[in-house]
Design a protein around this ligand. Structure first.
Ligand SMILES: [Zn+2]
Length: 65
């Protein structure tokens, strides 16, 4: 089933479903809302090409450090 269908079928909390992640290797910030897809949907970091498992959740108030 295409992801679009899943999104329509399952009511989701936008606050919880869209998050930001930081690459532990290069510090790249992956914004799911801006990118339009979850971080788990990509195979590797767009910047350093390391595996996406290196991405860690970023707290909103942690963003400006
Ligand atoms: Zn990276």
């Amino acid at each position: 089933m295409p992801l679009e269908m899943v999104a329509l079928a399952v009511p989701i909390n936008k606050e919880e479903s869209m998050a930001k992640f930081r690459c532990k290797i290069c510090g790249y910030i992956y914004d799911e809302e801006k990118e339009g897809r979850p971080v788990t949907d990509i195979d590797y970091c767009p910047r350093c090409k390391m595996d996406q498992t290196y991405f860690v959740p970023v707290e909103e108030d942690e963003e400006s450090d």
